[in-house]
Design a protein. Sequence first.
Length: 133
Amino acid sequence: MNSVALTLSVLPDRLVVCRLNASDPIPAWASVAAFFSITRTADELSVVCSEARVPAETVCERGWRALKLDGPFDLALVGILATIATPLAEAGVSIFTIATYDTDYILVRETQLSQAINALSAQGHNVQTVDWH
């Protein structure tokens, strides 16, 4: 899979990655935007959503942008995430990943977005912007 050029779309919203207590209810503000992800484990409730919706007192990391791998991809394919994660790691770009049934989303800090696009483009990937508004 490493030699395949992929198409990625930069989603328009600034996102946050929030950590809530495992027993907390899912907050109403978490699911109001076009893109959000909610994961509950025995250890935590993790919410990724639009930065504009999150109350200031919430424990979170602000200033993320999402790159969507344009799928869908067969769940049996191997190495799709590595094809993207490896050049970003080599460029010093930290990532936070979210997977869905059809595709993967790679979150990078907005301050590293240009660096991420350049690293992926240098590997032959096509990175484009999306406007959901």
